[in-house]
Design a protein around this ligand. Sequence first.
Ligand SMILES: Cc1ncc(COP(=O)(O)O)c(C=O)c1O
Length: 440
Amino acid sequence: MNIQTKPNDLAAFWMPFSANRQFKKAPRLFVEAKGVHYITDDGRRVLDGTSGLWCVNAGHCRPKIVEAIRKQAETLDFAGTFQMGHTRAFELANRLTAIAPKGFEHVFFTNSGSESVETALKMAIAYHRAKGNAAKVRLIGRERGYHGVNFGGTSVGGIGGNRKMFGTLVGGVDHLRHTHDLSRNAYARGEPEHGAELADELERIVALHDASTIAAVIVEPVACSTGVLIPPKGYLKRLEAICRKHDILLIADEVITAFGRLGTPFAADYFDISPDLITTAKAITNGTIPMGAVFVKSHIHDAFMNGPEWMIDFFHGYTYSGHPMACAASIGTLDTFADEGLLTRAAELAPYWEERMHALKGLPHVIDIRNIGLIGAVEFEPDPAQPGKRAFDRFVQAFEQGLLVRQTGDIIALSPPLIITKDEIDQLFDIFAKVLKTAN
Ligand SMILES: Cc1ncc(COP(=O)(O)O)c(C=O)c1O
């Protein structure tokens, strides 16, 4: 087979969330991947410090997943799940609920994190209506939150740059304050000490709008895309308690944290919270085939089961909800996770990871280092004339030195595959430290 490794023209593909002009002047292109490494089009090995885009938790090109996808393509390429079905989707739903936190007995399939978020937001509003509380329609997000790019997710999201181009967005949305507080929590290891009281912001919002108008609060347990904001000790439990008090659903957006990233299967396990809905995607198929899933507690699901039996109970879904190829990929992924203990492996690596992360303290321009599970972030003092440039330059230089990291604003995030060894963690930090020492 003649695999073309160099594209003829880079202009046609308008790349998402990218600096297209910079990229096309000096492209960063991968042609292969295996384990924790990518191979570039010029034959260099690049250590994947970001699990692709926070999704390749079991490492690249894993045999059981590849085989499951291949077999499925030969056997049943497509069957819809509107008013019909196929066995793989039911098998997968049972496998997923078996590893979910207590009380999650149903899953609703989507194709991405953004779609999982839209689904959960609509489900929350429709749930209250089904229970006779049709006025409970407001959605509460949090500053600096990231919930994908569709209109609902953009509206509850709290990253200014992602919102400002898109008009007034969805109405009836308010935001909690974010929890990032370098003055009190810089260089915290794991959950920061200060800031649980920020959850009380929800009481302020309830007082303003009245609980009878609020459907749900959505937060990422760890806000990763904005640069890894780890919840202060006790914050999530306090938020959960206020939601309970006011009959507001709590949606945990675990698109990144589900499937072992913190050393527990879900972040809800890690923080000992019990949300009503959990949104997932990414590592559900180890990044191989697009898929998402909303985990749903029985009281929500059952509220929709009251109409005539022949009638559709939830007017929502996607042509590719529970696509057979994605289901097969996910089953292969769950098998790989189980075989290798990957849903809890981050807990074993976390102390070593933490030491290596915090050893970067003191390198030029570093103003904070934070970590939890197998996630870490380094924040740089912004250059006031060029916000974001400092971290962007370090991202490009790391790539040139053989390490893939993720830049957001003046922060670099790290989240390698959960199969990484301690030696490979050393390699990662050796490259990264060299870049931080030499970068401008
Ligand atoms: C918490 C969270 N929600 C939603 C999304 C959107 O997922 P997708 O890009 O698959 O639509 C992401 C993506 O990073 C995410 O981190």
